[in-house]
Design a protein around this ligand. Structure first.
Ligand code: NAD
Length: 332
């Protein structure tokens, strides 16, 4: 008789805010995977994580010796949680080390990088997934269902906004971030447009907001509004910002409406429709996302949030920037 199934080992690459505040703690709740290793350039952080999570010395890497992770049987999944412009390099190195990979959003800076990442994973026969945690959140899943099943009639209009009241560090540097709030938080509105309509936008039209702080936002936009048009006349009006908090998703349909606000947070999401309130128990989105990926590997299934989904969003982000720069509507 087969014994209990082994939990898959995850190695986090990059021990910044998201790994420390969300992914590490979530890996204490996961059922099908656990934190087996870490990759960091910072000795102090490596020591701290080693103590907190009981990570054996042989599973601790820095960026230089990362490739030798190939020989480490404890690590099944590498999770890349670095600044955006570093995603492609580390996903490809992880695939070359024959590890399954989760990459944070945005998948990369360009679609050409996304193609290289998808090819590297497919060549190595490993799975690639993007950290789209909201595909595991019950409120966002309910909004997808209401749209798909036309519970309030066919969707006519989407309004989505995601903004942070502040941003710093690499997020303000186009070379590392690939862009501004659009790459970081606007991507949630782009992805929501696709999961609400089940369609790809036909065209996008974007307008950069005025910069209140020209020095701080020298290489990136401070805010952006854009419109996406889909077949059957559906429109999505979206906005993102690095100087104003925004966090909602509202959907108008033929016979009513539904919305979530905050829509894109780790927890505390609230929802209502034109005739009822949405209420679901709290779940840990990151734990659900990582467990689903581990199960996809164990059961040899497709992941719900594959690299192809990340690449399609990057393609739309690029079109939005082209429109912002040219002032023209861009066809996809
Ligand atoms: P962060 O700045 O807190 O952490 C980045 C980490 O990368 C740090 O540990 C830093 O030391 C390391 N790093 C290595 N080389 C670096 C370099 N050259 N410059 C700067 N840092 C370097 O960032 P974060 O908020 O943890 O974001 C990391 C990634 O996770 C980003 O791609 C971001 O979009 C994504 N993220 C996703 C979510 C989500 O909800 N899915 C939330 C937050 C962040």
């Amino acid at each position: 008789m087969a014994g209990p199934r082994r939990k898959l080992g995850v190695a986090l690459v990059g021990l910044g805010m998201y790994s420390t505040g969300q992914l590490g703690p979530a890996l204490k709740e996961t059922k099908h995977c656990y934190l087996a290793g870490i990759v960091s350039g910072d000795q102090g952080k490596r020591e701290k994580w080693k103590m907190e999570y009981g990570i054996p010395e042989k599973n601790i890497y820095d960026y230089k010796d990362f490739d030798s992770i190939k020989d480490n049987g404890d690590i099944d999944i590498v999770y890349v949680v670095l600044p955006n412009s570093m995603h492609a390099e580390y996903v490809i190195r992880a695939a070359n080390a024959n590890k399954h990979v989760i990459c944070e959003k945005p998948m990369a800076i360009t679609t050409s990088e996304c193609n290289q990442m998808i090819n590297a994973c497919s060549k190595a026969h490993v799975l690639l997934s993007i950290g789209y945690r909201l595909h595991f959140d019950p409120y966002n899943l309910e909004v997808m269902r209401l749209a798909k099943e036309k519970v309030y009639g066919p969707v006519t209009k989407i309004t989505a906004a995601h903004g942070l009241s502040k941003a710093d560090g690499w997020r303000l540097d186009k070379k590392l971030a690939g862009g501004g709030p659009l790459m970081d938080v606007g991507i949630y509105c782009v992805n929501a447009g696709r999961y609400i309509t089940g369609m790809e936008p036909l065209n996008v039209h974007a307008f950069e907001g005025a910069k209140r702080n020209k020095e701080k936002f020298k290489t990136i936009e401070e805010s952006l509004t854009w419109r996406m048009e889909y077949a059957s006349g559906i429109v999505a009006e979206c906005s993102c910002s690095y100087s104003e908090y925004q966090n909602h998703l509202h959907v108008d349909a033929g016979k009513g409406w539904f919305e979530i606000a905050p829509a894109f947070s780790y927890g505390g999401i609230k929802g209502k429709t034109s005739d009822s309130k949405l209420e679901f128990p709290h779940i840990n989105q990151q734990a659900a996302q990582m467990d689903d990926f581990a199960l996809a590997i164990i059961e040899n299934k497709r992941t719900r949030v594959p690299g192809e989904m990340g690449r399609q969003d990057v393609k739309i982000l690029q079109a939005i920037y082209t429109s912002m720069q040219t002032g023209q509507k861009v066809r996809l």
